[in-house]
Design a binder for this molecule. Sequence first.
Ligand code: ASP
Ligand code: MG
Length: 406
Amino acid sequence: MALIVQKYGGTSVPDAERIKNVAQHIIDRRNGGDQLVVVVSAMGDTTDKLIKLAYQVTEPPSERELDALLSTGELVTSTLLTMALRHMGYEAISLSGAQAGIKTDANHSRARIVDIDPTRILRELEQGRIVIVAGFQGITDDMDVTTLGRGGSDTTAVALAASLKAAVCERYTDVEGIYTSDPHLVTEARRLREIGYEEMLELAAYGSKVMHPRAIELAGEFNVPILVASSFTDSPGTLIHGEVSMEVRNKMRSIAHDLDVAKIMVVGVPDRPGIAAVIFGPLAEAGISVDTIVQNASINNITDLTFTVTKSDLVKAMIVVEPIAMSIGARECVSDARLGTISIIGTGMQNTPGYAARMFSTLSKLGINIQLITTSEIRLTCIIEESRVKDAVRALHQAFQLDLEG
Ligand code: ASP
Ligand code: MG
């Protein structure tokens, strides 16, 4: 008998009917004899709706109250799912984040888990119950409810799996696993049988929406294997783990893309120490996360500073940056919201030259202009015009022969 943590995302539980389907899915697993802790997200787009509601009442809403409000989304799912299981004749109990022993710091809307006390969960499991935990939330030392940031239920699931030393964290969604590229875009995209934490982290950070990057990072740190699979089909899914075979590690694994990219250019800045600090400090304080940053080599002590943010943060970022740009004597501050990124990802890149050349020549054949390039050890990203992203993804998938079994 193994202890398994399962997680069902919002798209798996949009209505009562689908909640009953998930209950059946849980029961099928349970009948195999394993102990189950199940983490759930809010139904469908409940969280978005709750945020909208709060902003209709006041702007900005109190962070403490907003967290308490948003945490209710997950409580709705956990209680309904528990009722469904009990109706089907199975012993089950729902626990809020606080009841499940998830302690966090007091940073509302982006709290970090500081400790998990699994006593209550273990007690319920011993009683033979299936434990259903509301994801995305925790409690502070002062007993205030916190949330872990958007997409935070993945983090709850992985953290619980680590704390309970679960055999695996099964992450159920509406796709059959991790693919060589977005299967909606590339018909030949292939499901990967396995992928390592580092590659999956890059993939999650550069466009794949399947799992939250923070959860992958945590999984890597505590060596929690994650199985990503569909709750609708019997496909074996993709195993994210630390023991990916050498053969697979020597390859290029996937092409990620992200259409949520905007660029800000601070043009003609007098180059002196501290320029980056005056710009990026206030952006961080405003809660805007900056991705790629490029500073040109200066000519006659004048330089340009370019960086990217998400499209939804662009207006807010411009409001912060424009006055600073003027105060440090920049010539102008311009933005472009019609951008996207394409990334090739694979640990194979470390040992084999030629990946970059192949990527650039593929894009050049399509007449696509590369605006910015960034790299990590196992990733190469180009920022290009949004309208060309789809063509680029398809062409790169072909150029790197990702349709072939690897
Ligand atoms: N319901 C929360 C959100 O939509 C958490 C989650 O789905 O993981 O962000
Ligand atoms: Mg959600």
